[in-house]
Each structure stands twice: as C-alpha cells, then as structure tokens.
Design a protein around this ligand. Sequence first.
Ligand code: PMP
Length: 303
Amino acid sequence: MPDFLPIAYFEGNFVPFKDANISIATHALHYGTGAFGGLRGTINPQNPKQVLLFRLDRHCKRLSNSAKYLHYDLPATKIYDVIKDFVSKNAPTNPFYIRPFVYTSDLGVAPRLHNIEKNFFVYGLEMGDYLSPDGISCRISSWYRQEDRSLPLRGKISGAYITSALAKTEAVDAGFDEAILMNSQGKVCEATGMNIFMVRNDKLITPSFDQDILEGITRDSVITIAKNLGLEVEQREIDKTELFIADELFLCGTAAKVTPVKRVENYHLSPERPITTKIKETLTAITENRDPNYQDWITVIDL
Ligand code: PMP
C-alpha cells in the first residue's frame, strides 16, 4: 500500500484521504472516461519548509486539455489553485507524486460524454524511484500503442492505459523491467508511461508528435535542456532496429525521471552514457531549484 498524503481534494472540498471514495456505479470506472495528470513534488534540499513543483503550469494545461476531450470545461487556473492548496494542506516531508483526475462521476450506464455529471479530484502519495536509476532492460512489446484516430492520445485518458498495463505485465513476465511499444505503423513510439530518447552519433533523437506519442512534459524539458547544452535534437520516425545499435537510450517521464536503458531484448547497450548522464544531472538540479536558468519551471510553495 503506498504512503498516501493525508488530505485529498474530492467533490469540491479538502477531506481526509480515507473519506474520498467513489461508488462502484461510477461511469468512468466502467468506460475509462477519465483523464489524469501526474506531477512530482520535491522538498527543497536548501529549505525543508518549501515544496518545489516542476512545471506546474504545463501539467495543469495538459489536464485541462484532457478534460476538454471529455467535454468537461475545467480551466487550468482552477486546477493550479487546487493543487497549490492541496500541497499546503498536506505539508509533505518526503518526495511525493500528485495525481489529479477528471472523470465522468455520474452513476448512470451507457458510454457517452454529453448530459453527464463530471468531477475532479486530487490525491497524492510519497514516491521515490519508479524505475532503477542505474538502468533497466526493455522488451519490445507485442502490444502496439493506439492511434490518434481512435482516441485522443494527447490527453492522458484513463481507458487508454489498458495497453500500458498489458505491455508492462508482458515485459515483466518475460523477465524485463519495461516495455517499448511500437505505433500502428511499426515505428518506435514510447514505453508504458514514459517517452523515449536515443543517442546516435552525438545526436539526440526522439519520435515526433505525429508518431502517436503522449506529449510528455519531461520530453519537452529534455529537448530544451539538450538544445541549451549545445546538442543537436532530431524529432522523427525511429525504426525498431535503431534501438539495438543506439549509442545511448533512455526513457523519461514524471515518475521515471531520466532512466537509462541497459538492454533492449538481447542487445546490450554501452555502460558509457555521457549524454544521458549530463541531461539527467541537469534535470535533477532544475527540479531541486539549483539551476538559475530554469527557475521559471519551478513553483515554490512555502509551508
Ligand atoms: N507516455 C505516457 C503514456 C505516460 O503516461 C507518461 C507519463 N505522464 C509519459 C509518456 C511521460 O509524460 P510526462 O513527462 O509528462 O510525465
């Protein structure tokens, strides 16, 4: 059982986490008609009475856009205010993860998005490393990422995560740590909850937005950091076989941060990964508000 933060935001109020419960008839539970966000909070290493949130505005904007896909008008400013209050009321003392969720809260049956009650909750849990920071093994999944013509992949729609769950379990059952999914065109897409980057010939390469990826906020941050470090960044289609001969490979996401890949299927990657290491160190410094060049990415909350 995770260590949940004691207070949740539920049906418009802050309540004890244990009292924030939904009915078994909740529409979203049956039809996957929810969407979530996920962001990390860090305790400022220089001041334990301060919480640092990474790219809060971007996370709120993406969730507000996800809500739009569900025909739910929830302004990013509202999400922003609730999350700031949520953090103040919980006063966390360890690194944590915030999970805001928008959903069809109606108790009626029949999948639809019109004439139906919607709602928004937020809860949190303490979170350390999601994947081993020293590197992981990845299986090429037999499951393919969905297509944008079937569902809005730019939103983190809860129902879509069945594919991630299938892929993750398939990989773990086969002795791997994570899965890399191809898109419907057979090109490299992403992992079960992370975007993917490859280094070849000193160039950083990641699938472009037209490859059915999630528009990851860590991905966006990595691209900015890399360009500021003077690296060339290319966003394009990636063939599966390029992964096997990559100079470096890493996954990135809010939970996973920057996680190096040591092995894809039975292809072992070099333990030397200077570019991954530099990007990872820079991102860590930014999230701890130690890098003056990126302070506008950090929201400081005084407890
Ligand atoms: N892809 C998927 C499917 C995800 O769930 C996530 C996690 N949100 C990511 C990529 C990475 O996105 P972000 O960097 O915004 O956390």
